[in-house]
Design a protein around this ligand. Structure first.
Ligand code: ZN
Length: 96
């Protein structure tokens, strides 16, 4: 489930669980990390190298953790039962 604000551009990652979270997502890249040439293009005809793609994915995981406010629906209900946006302060949080 995805939570976002209808009044501004605030949003966060889907709720986390044992099977979906930034660390779990990074594990999908382990095989690439251990088998591919780091400085070769990630795909034929692609400018970005394997190294650049892996670093991008790590940075993306960091951003997901930095921006996360409510890891689970329970945490959201407990910390913010009135649906107040952590960015603009309006009561316009919505779940998709
Ligand atoms: Zn907002």
């Amino acid at each position: 489930m995805f939570i976002y604000c209808q009044s501004c551009d605030w949003e966060q990652d889907d709720y986390w669980s044992k099977t979906y979270n930034p660390l779990r997502s990074l594990l999908d890249w382990e095989n690439v990390l251990l088998t591919r040439e780091l400085d070769k293009p990630f795909h034929e005809g692609m400018e970005d190298t394997v190294r650049q793609v892996l670093c991008h994915e790590l940075k993306r995981a960091i951003t997901r953790i930095e921006n996360m406010q409510y890891r689970t629906p329970e945490e959201k209900r407990t910390k913010n039962p009135e649906d107040i946006c952590p960015s603009c302060g309006n009561k316009t949080l919505e779940i998709d």
